[in-house]
Ligand binder design. Structure first.
Ligand SMILES: CC(C)(COP(=O)(O)OP(=O)(O)OC[C@H]1O[C@@H](n2cnc3c(N)ncnc32)[C@H](O)[C@@H]1OP(=O)(O)O)[C@@H](O)C(=O)NCCC(=O)NCCS
Length: 183
């Protein structure tokens, strides 16, 4: 079946402990305080840690524009008991595939939150009629992210050699594991 021109993602996804929702410009301070400036959180992402909270507004504007154009959907991750952003999970559809990415405040690591959030997004994308493959890559040294991808039901397909630059580790492209879940 042909892919519709515009996917309409859920603005809110509720899981057992979390509420994933469309980001708001008013989330900027929480996002800065919780993770974008933390060099440990940003180690294996494609952007350098933010040094000033003014950097968050343009980032949020681009997330919202990408949501509106259907290019990429990024949900703010909040805990059910408190509407403050502690991380983000994103999904891009390209033809018959959707790829995901995520980030979580270090304060909340190892509580299963990203597994819970990513699984909800993998389930949503994987249930779209035209999606046959949901996938992700992570740096070969990013063990916690690789573990998350296993826990959401993906299988490791192999290594994409010299695939992506993680500028906070090296200016040279790095090897990445590629994981997927297919139907
Ligand atoms: C990767 C990340 C999103 C995981 O978030 P999280 O909420 O801590 O994830 P979860 O708690 O759901 O699961 C983490 C798993 O990794 C495991 N883990 C943590 N550190 C690990 C390490 N050094 N080696 C191996 N496994 C590790 C945890 O034990 C847990 O697995 P378990 O449930 O089997 O015990 C978070 O660490 C993060 O934001 N990292 C920085 C950003 C990033 O790298 N994003 C991904 C880019 S591909």
């Amino acid at each position: 079946m042909a892919q519709p021109t515009l996917i309409e993602p859920p603005e809110v996804i509720t899981t057992r402990r979390l509420v994933l929702r469309r980001p708001r410009m008013s989330d900027a301070n929480d996002i800065f305080d919780n993770y974008t400036a933390d060099p440990e959180v940003t180690r294996y992402v494609i952007w350098p840690p933010y040094t000033d909270r003014s950097e968050v507004a343009p980032f949020l504007q681009s997330r919202l524009a990408r949501w509106d154009s259907g290019e990429e959907f990024s949900w703010a991750i909040t805990r059910a008991e408190e509407d403050r952003v502690i991380g983000m999970v994103g999904c891009r559809e390209r033809e018959q595939a959707a790829d995901i990415g995520y980030v979580m405040s270090r304060k909340y690591w190892n509580r299963g939150y990203i597994t819970e959030a990513a699984k909800a997004v993998v389930d949503w994308a994987g249930n779209l009629e035209f999606i046959y493959r949901v996938w992700a890559v992570c740096d070969v040294e990013n063990r916690s992210s690789a573990r998350v991808l296993e826990k959401v039901g993906m299988q490791r397909e192999g290594i994409l050699r010299r695939y992506i630059v993680h500028p906070n580790v090296s200016s040279e492209p790095r090897d990445c594991f590629v994981y997927s879940k297919v139907r």
